[in-house]
Design a protein around this ligand. Structure first.
Ligand SMILES: Cc1ncc(COP(=O)(O)O)c(C=O)c1O
Length: 441
């Protein structure tokens, strides 16, 4: 009998005992190809020797020093590294221990910025339906999954939501992707006008929506229009790159492919690659200056902010990615993965869409390709796919509620950047079998 409050009570989780490269081994000796990096975390796979060596070296010197007393070389070097490769103007880094904490920090820093510059009347946050921004109270409040917020609604701050970019289902027949993006941008501006432009703090969005929708990118031009609208109303643009960032889509930051630079950018998962819990918030110089010229500090901190072991691990991860030119592999194997998925599922009776960027790909499961009708949620197709995949030694990240937070199923793939062509083929082969078994094809 376990004393751990596991994610699903009563579920019999295998015990992970070791990992090497793209494989995790359980206590019975069974191997699983980690085709989702857990939840888009393990970008270098498991037990990468260079990262482990950097972590050991850090531990040999110092395991921890509280940031109210000291800075550390690891924290300084990682910040230098992140800023050197960040989108224009993101000149400072605030460290946290994960994605939700990065979002909490973003929301509070956005609010504090307006207090510092004499606009305390700004109090509204706008986000998108079907997004996931984390599980802590602030992150949950901006998140777009209605059912997940429901039980906690009395505890959550007021937020407002607009439509996600969901080309597969919501682009109208005859509408070009560009016109669709324009329509969504107008919806955002209408929402801003309804709330009063001077009352809004920020708009927050994932450039490529991950867990809740299965690797759904924006249409071309959408984020540029969003950036213009935010600028026109003096609203901050917060991009949540917790899942899609740090190389996952083939560029270090997903927003590079959308041609925009945010005011605040949250990163986590691939930053430390799972070697240590770490996240970060990158902030524009104007926000840093407002604090520096104003109260002099961000009214927000955690005990483990800038943990030296986590910073050393993340720095090593980022250096390996650059040294080994792994983003080129993300693009190359990402293209192969997309091709293979389309070959396997392009005419599958129960797969309606294949989408994504780089090594961040998703398939949407439907009961009927023609009508795009999803399966009855009671059938829990996503959970079945996960079980069938695990039985075949494959880790993927399926989720339900794709369409409207209740209906729909998808499978997210986010394999390590180190995988090769043969591994891509094996992943798609095993996934195909798992999907067929789950839907009874
Ligand atoms: C886009 C996005 N934001 C925030 C989070 C929250 O991160 P964490 O689970 O590390 O708190 C996640 C986690 O999946 C995410 O995908």
């Amino acid at each position: 009998m376990t004393h751990v409050l596991h994610r699903t009570i009563g579920h019999n989780y295998p015990t992970a005992v070791s990992g090497k490269g793209i494989v995790i081994r359980d206590g019975t000796g069974k191997d699983y190809i980690d085709a989702s990096g857990g939840a888009a975390v393990s970008c270098l796979g498991h037990s990468h020797p260079d990262v482990l060596a950097a972590m050991r070296a850090q531990l040999d010197h110092l395991e921890y020093a509280h940031t109210s007393f000291f800075t550390t070389q690891a924290a300084e070097e990682l910040a230098d590294d992140l800023v050197a490769h960040a989108p224009a103007g993101l000149g400072h880094v605030f460290y946290v221990s994960g994605g939700s904490e990065a979002i909490e920090a973003a929301l509070k820093l956005a609010r504090q910025y307006f207090v510092e510059i004499g606009q305390p009347e700004r109090k509204y946050l706008i986000a998108r339906r079907q997004s996931y921004h984390g599980i802590t109270a602030g992150a949950l409040a901006v998140g777009g999954r209605a059912w997940q917020r429901k039980a906690f609604a009395p505890l959550l701050i007021e937020t407002h939501h607009v439509s996600p970019v969901y080309e597969y289902r919501e682009k109208l027949a005859g509408e070009t992707p560009k016109a669709y993006g324009e329509r969504l941008a107008r919806e955002l501006e209408d929402k801003i006008n309804a709330l009063g432009g001077g009352n809004v703090i920020a708009f927050i969005a994932e450039p490529v929506v991950g867990a809740t929708m299965g690797a759904v990118p924006a249409v071309p031009g959408y984020f540029k229009r969003v950036r213009e609208i935010c600028d026109r109303h003096g609203i901050l643009l917060i991009l949540d790159e917790v899942m899609c960032g740090m190389g996952r889509t083939g560029t270090l930051h997903a927003c590079e492919q959308d041609g925009v630079s945010p005011d605040l950018m949250a990163i986590a998962k691939g930053l430390g690659g799972g070697f240590a819990p770490i996240g970060a918030l990158l902030l524009q110089d104007k926000i840093f200056k407002a604090l520096a010229d104003g109260s002099g500090s961000f009214q927000h901190s955690h005990t483990y902010t800038g943990h030296p072991l986590a910073c050393a691990a993340a720095l090593a991860v980022q250096r390996v990615i650059r040294r080994d030119n792994l983003l080129a592999n993300v693009r190359e194997q990402g293209a192969r993965l997309s091709r293979r998925l389309n070959e396997r599922f392009g005419n599958h009776p129960f797969v309606g869409d294949v989408r994504g960027r780089g090594l961040f790909q998703g398939i949407e499961i439907v009961a009927d390709r023609g009508t795009k009708e999803p399966f009855d949620p009671a059938r829990k197709i996503h959970a079945r796919i996960k079980t069938e995949a695990m039985a075949r030694g494959l880790m993927v990240y399926p989720m339900g509620g794709t369409v409207d937070s209740m209906r729909g199923d998808h499978v997210l793939l986010a394999p390590p950047f180190i995988l090769d062509a043969a591994a891509v083929d094996t992943i798609v082969e095993r996934l195909g079998e798992a999907v067929d078994a789950a839907v009874g094809a």
